[in-house]
Design a protein around this ligand. Sequence first.
Ligand code: MAN
Ligand code: CA
Ligand code: CA
Length: 254
Amino acid sequence: MSVMKVLGLILLHVGLVTPGTQICQNPDENAYSIITCGAPGKNGLPGMNGSNGAKGEIGEPGPPGLQGTAGSPGAKGERGDNGQQGPQGPKGERGDSMGPAIENLKLQMTAMDSRMRDLQSNLERQEKVFSFGKGIARSSNKIYIMNNLEVTYDEAKAICASGGGQLAVPRTQEENQAIFSLRKKVQAHSFMGINDIESEGDFRDLSGQVITYFNWRAGEPNNLRNNEDCVEMWEDGGWNDENCANRRFFVCEF
Ligand code: MAN
Ligand code: CA
Ligand code: CA
């Protein structure tokens, strides 16, 4: 309990103060005075209006105004007079209705040319491969090859057929010469695809067709020992009938 309240209670008790009386301290003097405390005062009247504030800053530009409505069109004017004829234009380029087709053909020919060159180089390569045997020879429309084998007539026939060809049959002097060029490489007699197995003295090719070109050596065919039915080429390119069971080199044609 503060000093002020204790003092107040004592004074009240001895009758020096009545209820509602407060002991108030003078803030300037270190002294106390006894006063009677009244009811709280009422609010005062509102103050006068203040003076006007400072002028505000300039505002942002406003949005654009709306577009005005279009006016009505004026009346159509009269048609003017025709102008003078203009000068003649330059001559156009020559038309070509075949252009696309020709271009297409050119492309196709280029592609074919490329394929032809591929085929040619492939063929040359294969000829080199064949030449590892006894070699290759050509006539106008046939290719002849000879390998290193010496076999009977029937075996030679089978070997040529297995490669898709047949024992060579010279039909002309040119073809005989081509076969002879291979025969010279082996320096030995070589079988060809001609025989008289079916009928003595009646020489045929492998498909049974009669032979019309011959190049017999002098004295041949002699059917020696009555046992010579297969035809071979000798060292001069001439033909001899020989025993079919003898082993010989041979030439295949393709
Ligand atoms: C050998 C065989 C015969 C051929 C004569 C030619 O005897 O090749 O086929 O007729 O030689 O002298
Ligand atoms: Ca014979
Ligand atoms: Ca003979």
